[in-house]
Design a protein around this ligand. Structure first.
Ligand code: SF4
Length: 233
């Protein structure tokens, strides 16, 4: 489930190069969608702030799949309203992902963090490793890393205080290739630190052909699901 009380963004690092949200926003704008009348420019949608309150069944909600909640054009007062909705909906689990880790760390003390909010940062290569230390200062119940699209090795991940790692390669035309040894290095670091590991995809031009099997297994671990004694395959 996605919930987009903000749409639009600007590129900030190499991981943004083939931003799916940008392509989708322009497509929807061309189709005349009122929500995307500003294309990929940051746009607040306060009329959507209450939507999760209407969902009775518990859901896993990805917040702002079409934007970055901690973008500098999203005012703190608005982020607080997003958090108020998440606090009022303990039946749902909300996952937020940002590349604006400096602003996240700066604003985190101003926000009240309920246990149902999982906070993550995207890290595509070692040039943006500092995002992890920013995340480690955030008092979220679950802190996670999205290493996707992985475009370089990450052989020294600081995993203290991190509860989940997701890895994936880029997909689509001109996808930058994912190396097997980058993935296995991250896998072994996660096992050593006992951090659940979720391998999303190899990616490539045809992700349906490359799949998501690593060493003959599918890894879909989630926080709290790692079995005692689970070891490297
Ligand atoms: S931060 Fe995310 S949404 Fe924003 S441009 Fe980069 S990839 Fe796209």
């Amino acid at each position: 489930m996605t919930w987009n009380p903000v749409t639009g963004c600007t590129k900030i690092s190499q991981g943004c190069k083939r931003c799916y949200a940008e392509r989708m926003a322009h497509r929807l704008e061309a189709m005349g969608s009122e929500r995307y009348r500003n294309g990929f420019k940051v746009t607040l949608h306060p009329d959507l702030l209450d939507v999760p309150r209407r969902w009775r069944q518990p859901r896993i909600v990805f917040v702002n799949s079409m934007s970055d909640l901690f973008h500098e054009d999203v005012p703190l007062a608005y982020i607080e309203r997003v958090f108020a909705t998440m606090r009022d909906c303990p039946q749902h689990t909300f996952q937020i992902l940002t590349k604006r880790s400096e602003r996240l760390a700066q604003l985190a003390p101003e926000l009240r963090w309920p246990r149902n909010v999982w906070m993550g940062v995207s890290v595509e290569d070692a040039r943006v490793l500092h995002r992890i230390s920013d995340l480690q200062r955030v008092p979220a119940a679950v802190r996670f890393l999205s290493l996707e699209p992985l475009i370089g090795p990450l052989d020294e991940l600081p995993l203290d205080g991190i509860q989940w790692v997701i890895v994936g390669g880029e997909s689509g035309p001109k996808a930058r290739p994912l190396q097997r040894e980058w993935v296995t290095s991250i896998f072994h670091q996660c096992r050593a630190a006992r951090v659940p590991f979720f391998f999303k995809q190899w990616g490539g031009v045809r992700k349906d052909l490359t799949g998501r099997t690593l060493n003959g297994r599918i890894y879909s671990e989630m926080p709290g699901t790692l079995q005692p004694g689970e070891q490297a395959a």
